[in-house]
Design a protein around this ligand. Structure first.
Ligand SMILES: Nc1ncnc2c1ncn2[C@@H]1O[C@H](COP(=O)(O)OP(=O)(O)O)[C@@H](O)[C@H]1O
Ligand SMILES: [Mg+2]
Length: 507
């Protein structure tokens, strides 16, 4: 927000305080005028009354003497006073007329006040005799002029005070509030622009001084916190790096572990046909040695030769079958192992690859009450990565054995694949084992989530499944499970895997 002069605190403060001050001054001025005017009026009335009384006293003698001329002259002389508008002299005697001096035509105005004073004569016996009444009329408006000067001076004083107040208030505001505030604002601005925290220099113990003091203290604390934060951020970054490294290593070992179990299974499987072949080979060697002895000693009979040929035939059939089995197993193992270790993209038949994978996994359940059912239509070709696909199936298979069928006396793993449309393949791997709780289901793909910590679980199996599915294979995966109702993993893979390999997975 930009600073505008009429946004300033002093401006707004003055705008609030000055009208009030102006109004108070005005009321004060009006009240003062009213009182002054009243006072002036009172003084004026008193003065005019005194003048009337004096005039009555002065007129006593001429009125007693019935000297109209003298009375008239006295009235004329009195009229020199500018305060007096008109004088009327009423005499009790019938022979002396009413004497009027001044402008006595229109005396109805409210501004004209009538002052009266009786004319009393004290004779030699000290008896008072009423001779008449003096009426003196005076205009009260004249009092205004006497106080306007005073009021003007007062108004000028108020105005001067008003402007002085503006100047003093602005200056006081500037020095006590605006300056420290703008210093704080400058410090904040400098932090925003340069990132440097500059403390504010302000020596005062008032509220603002305390505020700035706290601000400065906060700056120091913030600088310290920032440094600590930077350090811990660096530490966290390093920790994250080593964690990622550890995760990569763990994933690698998880891959190797499944490969290891595969090797162990295969070794066990090959052991039987090879053992059979060895036994047959030993038997062949024995009967060959016996027949050689017969030939050397010349005791070879036709029936013995026939027996020998028959045995050799039988042995070669057994050898052929057993070595054939071993060769098939080795070929399958080689395909799967090469796929799993190389992550090579190629065009492959889904049914064939899945069956090869299951073939290599079969030894693990061969002598258990568990079963695998595969249902894949023939002739679905994928241009993708058979290794990661095998890794996914192997991990799900191992999970079912380790978690799903734990404590179970029977179990079925179903692997079903089919085309969704010409672009996508759906793969469903399900079991009817122990299942998972909703919370476990939610966390299943999280790295390091395992319910078998320290008992063969690393928590990376399903994470690897998720990452391989969504990155290298460009597909999606959903997990559904209910306790005791098994687990179902629904995959959807594109027929043609994405060309650019995404590297980010579910971390
Ligand atoms: N088929 C399954 N049946 C029951 N629970 C399963 C199944 N597959 C996975 N889980 C649960 O999901 C967790 C995570 O699996 P995974 O990531 O493979 O880690 P790990 O197998 O090392 O424990 C397992 O610990 C288990 O609790
Ligand atoms: Mg696992």
């Amino acid at each position: 927000m930009r600073y505008k002069p009429n946004n300033s605190i002093s401006y707004r403060f003055l705008l609030k305080i000055l009208p009030a001050f102006f109004l108070v001054s005005l009321i004060f001025l009006a009240a003062l005028s009213y009182f002054e005017l009243n006072k002036a009026k009172k003084a004026h009335n008193q003065l005019v009354q005194e003048k009337t009384d004096n005039l009555a006293r002065l007129l006593t003698e001429p009125v007693w003497q019935l000297s109209t001329k003298l009375s008239s002259n006295i009235l004329k002389a009195t009229m020199d006073d500018s305060d007096i508008t008109c004088i009327k002299l009423e005499q009790d005697s019938d022979i002396t007329p009413l004497i009027i001096e001044g402008e006595c035509e229109d005396l109805s105005s409210e501004e004209i006040i009538n002052f009266t004073s009786p004319i009393i004569y004290l004779d030699l016996r000290n008896t008072s005799r009423h001779l008449g009444t003096v009426h003196l009329y005076s205009e009260s408006t004249t009092q205004w002029s006497s106080i306007t000067k005073q009021l003007k001076a007062l108004a000028a004083l108020s105005l001067t005070l008003f402007f002085t107040l503006i100047i003093i208030t602005s200056a006081a505001f500037r020095s006590t509030i605006i300056t420290p505030l703008s210093r704080v604002s400058e410090s904040l601005k400098s932090y925003r622009q340069t990132g440097q925290r500059k403390p504010v220099n302000w020596d005062s113990t008032d509220e603002l001084g305390q505020l700035i003091n706290n601000y400065n203290r906060n700056l120091i604390e913030q600088t310290k916190t920032e440094a600590a934060l930077k350090e811990s951020h660096l530490k966290t970054e390093n920790a994250l790096l080593s964690l990622k490294e550890a995760q990569t290593n763990l994933i690698q070992s998880e891959k190797m572990a499944s490969l290891g179990s595969l090797v162990a299974g295969i070794a066990h499987e090959i052991n039987t046909p090879l053992g059979n072949s060895l036994t047959v080979a030993t038997t062949v060697s024995d009967i060959t040695r016996n027949i050689s002895k017969d030939i050397e000693s010349g005791t070879l009979t036709k029936s013995a030769l026939n027996n020998f040929i028959e045995s050799i035939n039988e042995a070669s059939t057994i050898l052929e079958r057993n070595l054939g089995t071993a060769a098939t197993q080795i070929r399958n193992f080689k395909n799967v192992a090469v796929d799993q270790t190389s992550e090579k993209r190629r065009k492959f038949d889904v049914k064939q690859v899945i069956e090869e994978i299951i073939y290599t996994l079969n030894p693990q359940i061969k002598h258990t009450p568990f079963e695998v059912k595969v249902s894949v239509p023939p002739n679905i070709s994928l241009d993708s990565y058979p290794g990661p696909l095998g890794q996914i199936i192997t991990n799900c298979f191992n999970n079912t054995l380790l978690h799903g069928f734990e404590g179970k006396s029977s179990g079925l793993i179903r692997i079903k694949a089919d085309l969704v449309n010409e672009k996508y393949l759906s793969l469903v791997i399900s079991d009817n084992g122990n299942g998972m709780s909703p919370t476990e289901c939610e966390k299943a793909f999280d790295p390091f989530f395992t319910t078998k910590l320290g008992c063969g679980g690393s928590g990376l199996g399903l994470n690897l499944v998720y990452n391989l599915t969504t990155t290298i294979l460009g597909g999606t995966v959903e997990i559904k499970s209910t306790i005791d109702m098994g687990v179902t993993l629904n995959f959807k893979f594109p027929i043609s895997a994405p060309s650019a390999q995404k590297t980010q997975g579910h971390i």
